[in-house]
Unconditional design. Structure first.
Length: 210
């Protein structure tokens, strides 16, 4: 992992807080997972964004084990129609948990989606949103966040999904003009959205996700 200085981490945390986004830092994924479980009641419904990070930290298994109902469109065996329906149910859950493609040092969240279900749920879905991110996702500016998405995030994600895109072949963004293009919806969260009661970023001192 590219080294991220403690000064950079602290600057990012302070900027997020200035932008009205509650931000917590944990050294390990295990500590972050326990904090999330503490915040989400066992009876709450939880929408789950498409996120490798959440799966790496074992959050979904922990939530299911204690009985939370998850709206997870990545669940195996779902048809296209079922995935779409699950994405809409995420917007009506008690909580929405996800990650982000990039965090800027001045406190912005940069994301690119294919359908927009993840970013919609982060902006105007559940009243309580929790975003988990490893420090590897910190960048200096929005432009560098977009560059990170094109170079680091989208190509391996397309390969993971087995998408028929040029970047899935060679892990290089071609800004493709194909029906399978993943990069379709771009959002920049500059401050806590008005429609969200609680918006929390949990920053983890590990490399997580793409």
């Amino acid at each position: 992992m590219k080294s991220v200085s403690s000064e950079t981490v602290q600057k990012t945390i302070e900027s997020l807080k200035k932008n009205e986004i509650e931000t917590l830092y944990f050294s390990t994924a295990a500590e972050a997972r326990e904090e999330i479980l503490r915040r989400i009641p066992p009876e709450a419904t939880v929408g789950v964004g498409g996120s490798v990070t959440l799966r790496q930290i074992g959050l979904l298994e922990a939530l299911e084990k204690r009985g939370n109902e998850l709206f997870n469109h990545w669940k195996e065996g779902l048809s296209k129609e079922e995935r779409q329906a699950t994405g809409k149910r995420q917007q009506r859950a008690d909580f929405f948990v996800s990650s982000t493609n990039a965090l800027t040092q001045d406190g912005k969240l940069v994301n690119v989606d294919a359908t927009g279900n993840r970013v919609t749920s982060m902006i105007c879905g559940p009243g309580k949103v929790i975003v988990v991110a490893g420090v590897n996702k910190i960048v200096r500016t929005v432009n560098l966040g977009m560059a990170r998405i094109k170079k680091v995030v989208a190509p391996p994600n397309c390969r993971r999904r087995k998408d028929p895109t040029p970047c899935a072949e060679d892990l290089v963004c071609h800004d493709c003009d194909t029906p399978a293009r993943l990069c379709r919806v771009t959002t920049i969260i500059e401050r806590k959205p008005w429609g969200v009661k609680e918006f929390t970023v949990i920053l983890v001192g590990e490399e997580l996700g793409f």
